[in-house]
Design a protein around this ligand. Structure first.
Ligand code: B1M
Length: 222
């Protein structure tokens, strides 16, 4: 079983989705995250075990390599696809409550901003690390964040912005949420955002990259 879990982690790390997927070239024709996850469940592995010892291991490795500029956006996207293929087998267990996620993350690109590539990467990495992600999309205003926060009282909220003209909207959104829920944890990120800006607008954490967001969420759930 240990070997099977290692193989799934390897598929996620290198973006091997299933047997027919040609990427990566050195794994052509081999089984991918899809088939191997199905085999692991049939062999008696628990969904929690597969998540913790395969998917999270693979996604953490790719997240670290991305941070160190050893892999780039396309490789991360392939890893996320492999992770999603495996997750499709696990989702029924999580949906039924038989297995639990580490927590919930509500994420959106802020009002006025349509950039979603970075947000989606963060979401994929967070999901692959065992959290439920509620993606509110782009151009999200404070009221929408607030209403979703009300539905998920334990969830951490993530805001992404790519424009210097829209990062200022983060301040308004943080205020809208904190006025009603002062203890609600809000994490912000995006190319123009800085640690100093995070402090200035009273957000709780600045994530410089997807792995940073994952590490922060893990620190809260442990
Ligand atoms: Co836009 N754009 N764009 N654009 N665009 C930039 C951001 C820009 C830097 C280009 C430039 O001028 N050099 C510039 C911003 C300048 C500024 O504000 N300082 C700019 C501009 C000006 C604009 C428009 C205003 C252009 C115009 O219409 N005149 C317009 C605005 C539209 C709007 O949003 N209202 C616009 C439009 C667009 C497109 C629609 C064409 C397209 C977006 C497509 C899409 O996202 N679906 C686009 C793109 C693609 C870019 C560039 C080329 C790439 C952005 C990107 O996806 N990067 C960008 C220039 C560049 O960066 N080279 C540019 C890759 C992505 C993986 O990185 O998003 O930084 P990033 O996310 C990272 C981290 O920031 C972090 O993790 C991610 C992964 O590492 N991160 C978080 C992000 N969110 C996080 C949240 C966290 C934690 C980490 O916790 C919650």
């Amino acid at each position: 079983m240990e070997e099977l879990l290692k193989q799934i982690a390897h598929c996620v790390e290198f973006g091997k989705i299933n047997k027919t997927s040609p990427y990566p070239p050195d794994m052509k024709g081999k089984e991918g995250a899809d088939e191997l996850t199905s085999q692991a469940l049939e062999a008696g592995a628990s969904p929690d075990d597969i998540l913790a010892n395969s998917l999270i291991v693979g996604m953490e490795k790719v997240g670290t390599k991305f941070r160190e500029n050893k892999v780039f956006v396309p490789q991360v996207l392939m890893s996320a696809k492999a992770m999603h293929a495996a997750m499709a087998h696990l989702k029924p267990y999580f949906a039924s409550g038989a297995s639990k996620r580490k927590g919930t993350f509500i994420m959106g690109t802020v009002e006025g901003d349509l950039h979603d590539i970075g947000k989606n990467l963060v979401n994929m990495m967070v999901e692959g690390n065992g959290f439920e992600v509620i993606d509110l999309g782009v151009d999200v205003n404070g009221e929408t964040f607030l209403s979703e926060a009300e539905k998920h009282p334990e969830a951490v909220i993530g805001l992404s912005a790519l424009l210097t003209t829209t990062m200022v909207n983060m301040e308004k959104i943080v205020k809208t949420i904190k006025d009603k829920y002062p203890d609600r944890i809000i994490c912000i990120g995006g190319a123009p955002v800085t640690e100093a800006f995070c402090k200035k607008i009273n957000a709780d954490f600045y994530g410089p990259d997807p792995q940073g967001a994952v590490e922060f969420l893990n620190s809260l759930s442990s």
